[in-house]
Design a protein around this ligand. Sequence first.
Ligand code: SF4
Length: 418
Amino acid sequence: MAGFLIKTFGCQFNELYSATIADALRRGGHRPSDSLGEASLVIINTCAVREKAEEKAFSFLGEAAKLVGASRIVFMGCTATLDRQRAVRIAGRGLNVVEGTAGMEQVLSLVGTIVPLGEVDCTAPRSLFPTADIELIRGCESYCTYCIVPRSRGPEVVIDAGEVLHRAERAIGSGFSELLFLGQNINRYRSSLGGLVETMFAVDELDGNFWFWFLSSHPANFTPEEVKRVMGLRHIEHRLHLPLQSGSDRILERMNRRYSIADYARLVEPIRENADWTLTTDIIVGFPGETNDDFAATVDVVRGFRFDGVFLAKYSDRPGTPASRMQDKVPPALIDERHSALLSIVQGLSEQSNQVLVGRCVDVLVLTVHAGGNAFGRSIDGRNVWFSCSEPAPGIGTFVSVTIDHGSREGLYGTRVC
Ligand code: SF4
């Protein structure tokens, strides 16, 4: 039986697709391998959101082609959709390229022509245990000017709420403790039950001991009333990830984000007023035309909202996007400078946010358990938690309470109490 290696770049969707393929391969009797030298089947699941991830995927493809041969490689995902020719030039004509990111069926049938597959179960791949990723909506029609996703993933395709609930119920029934609902812009979800919030209410009614949350929210398609309703659910994790992207209204308009800083402030007010919830965001530094004043506004806004975590990205051109055609690019050295300045601010904010919890007891989902009484998990408000625990060690996927002794910018450190 073939050893297989799956290299995954990019978002949670790619993680889900790779895990589904890995499960089908395992059920077919194949074993996973960490080394290209031992693999006889290589799957490269690509991401086109940043140039760096694309270049890494092409470089890995070149290496794999030399060691494994093009005909034993499947090249899939956003980069495969956008730049098939370059992939074939690198690996050779026998390369298996899956264009389009509309779903798993095409990938699985292609992989099945190379090696026999076991049963395919798209409900909740076991390798992601204890988290079941569940798609609500694929593709995107929001057209932010810097983003390649509307081109690479195509128009929105909605999974009906009945199917979503079926997958959620099956995942909980087979022992998963956490459900993560996915959509590129999940707030545009509409189905037989209504929108995202109505569907989350139906999930909240399911029996079982589980937590859930959802990604990614878009401020233009969320309302303060909806935020408040979601916060009242029984099983919801106490965290909202709401990408802001810039603190300047002028830049937000150029990004085609369709909200202002004042709109964003209204949305997050219920979160900021509730100390049990965390708020995290994404910021792009150096978008074309970003002046010193725009950047200063971003710094002020990041401080003002006291984000618990910020994912910072340096702007990079994605060919074919409206932003790539904008003339007033920020010089790379200035982007680096702004990135470093903002990074030290957001690290400080994360550290302060984590230190507030010292002495408190938090609920934690156990994700890994190490020998010697150490374990790692995630708190109900989304923080990394490293903790010590006496015997018997908790099982992966169980919920424990941890008293926090120390907080750093990376997370919390403590001791299990029960
Ligand atoms: S909402 Fe905007 S940033 Fe997110 S995937 Fe769609 S176009 Fe890209």
